[in-house]
Design a protein around this ligand. Structure first.
Ligand code: FAD
Length: 270
C-alpha cells in the first residue's frame, strides 16, 4: 500500500509536464505503466509525493517520422505485439516482447520507455533497443534533445535525465531482420542473459548482450558464421559482469557466447 500523501498530475502539454517535473524535482516521478514504480512506492523504495501521468500527451503511438520508426513513451508491450508496422520494419521488437512474462495484465500496462528508464540490467527491452540503435527523445525545460540509448543508460538503475526532463519517445531506423535469444530460470523469471543480433551493413553482424553487465554490451562480428570469432569477441567484451540474486556474474559471462550464438543463428536462419 502507498501511504505517502500523493499529488497526481495529468499535464496536457510537453511544456507543462517539464514545468511540473522541474517544480517538484527530487520529489516527483513520471508514471509510465506503473508496473515498477507503484510497487516500489508501496515498498518505500521510491518515495515521492508527486506523480506525473503522461496519458494526455498523445504519446501512445507507433509511427514513422522522416524514415525512422518512433515509439511513444506510452507504448506498451501489447502495442508492440499488435503492430503490423513493427512486425514489418523492426521484427526484433515483437520477437523480444513475445518473451516478456507477466501475462496480459503486464504486457498491456508496461511500456518500453518505462523499461528503458527503469534501467534494470536484466530487462529484455534494453538490450533489444540498444541493438536497434535506439535514440531517446527527451523533453525538458529547454525543449527537446536526442541521446543514443547506449549513452542514456549510464549505469544500473541510472539514466541521463536532468531536472524537468522526461522521455517523450524513442526512434529507430528500420531493421527488417533480427535474432533474439535469452536464458532465464523459469517462465516467470527475469532474464539472466539476453542476446539481440542484427545486420550491420558496414561490418557484418552486431550482437547486443543484455543482463551480463550494468549496461548492454555491443559486439561486432566480421564473420558471423565463425564460432571462434564470436566467442573471442564476447569474452573480451564482458569486463564487469553483473551479479544479483538470479545469477552470479561469472555464470552470466560463461554462457553469454552460447546465447549470442543462438541469436546470431536465428538472424542468419541457420
Ligand atoms: C509480473 C511482471 C513480469 C515482468 N516480466 C518481465 C520480463 O519478462 N522481461 C522484462 O524485461 N521485464 C519484465 N517486467 C518488468 C517490466 O518490463 C517493467 O516493469 C516495465 O517495462 C516498466 O515499464 P512501466 O511503463 O510499467 O514503467 P513504470 O513502472 O511506470 O516506470 C519505471 C521507471 O521509469 C520511469 N519512467 C517511466 N516512463 C518514463 C518517461 N517517459 N520518462 C521518464 N521516466 C519514466 C518511472 O518514473 C520509474 O522510475 C515484469 C514486471 C512484472 C511486474
Amino acid at each position: 500500500m502507498i501511504r505517502t500523501r500523493l499529488r497526481y498530475h495529468r499535464p496536457r502539454s510537453l511544456t507543462e509536464t517539464s514545468e511540473i517535473l522541474l517544480a517538484h524535482h527530487g520529489n516527483v516521478a513520471v508514471l509510465g505503466g506503473g508496473t515498477q514504480l507503484l510497487p516500489r512506492m508501496g515498498r518505500h523504495v521510491t518515495e515521492v509525493e508527486n506523480v506525473v501521468d503522461l496519458k494526455d500527451l498523445g504519446l501512445a503511438g507507433i509511427g514513422t517520422v522522416g524514415g525512422a520508426i518512433e515509439i511513444g513513451a506510452r507504448v506498451t508491450y501489447a502495442d508492440v505485439l499488435d503492430s503490423a508496422l513493427l512486425r514489418a520494419q523492426l521484427p526484433l521488437l515483437p520477437r523480444m516482447a513475445q518473451g516478456v512474462t507477466g501475462g496480459r495484465q503486464l504486457t498491456q500496462q508496461a511500456t518500453l520507455v518505462g523499461a528503458a528508464c527503469f534501467a534494470f540490467p536484466s530487462a529484455d527491452a534494453r538490450g533489444a533497443l540498444a541493438a536497434l540503435g535506439a535514440v531517446v527523445e527527451i523533453h525538458g525545460p529547454d525543449g527537446l534533445r536526442s541521446v543514443p540509448l547506449t549513452a542514456f543508460l549510464v549505469d544500473a538503475f541510472a539514466v541521463d535525465l536532468r531536472a524537468g526532463e522526461f522521455v517523450r519517445a524513442m526512434r529507430m531506423t528500420p531493421q527488417r531482420t533480427g535474432g533474439y535469444c535469452k536464458v532465464k530460470h523459469s517462465t516467470g523469471s527475469w532474464p539472466i542473459v539476453t542476446a539481440s543480433a542484427v545486420r550491420d551493413d558496414a561490418r557484418g553482424v552486431r550482437v547486443t548482450l543484455g543482463a551480463v553487465q550494468a549496461v548492454p554490451v555491443i559486439v561486432q562480428l566480421d564473420d558471423p558464421h565463425d564460432p571462434a570469432e564470436l566467442k573471442m569477441r564476447v569474452d573480451a567484451a564482458i569486463t564487469a559482469p553483473w551479479s544479483d540474486v538470479l545469477a552470479p556474474g561469472e555464470y552470466r559471462a560463461a554462457i553469454a557466447a552460447a546465447v549470442a550464438r543462438r541469436a546470431v543463428n536465428e538472424l542468419l536462419g541457420v
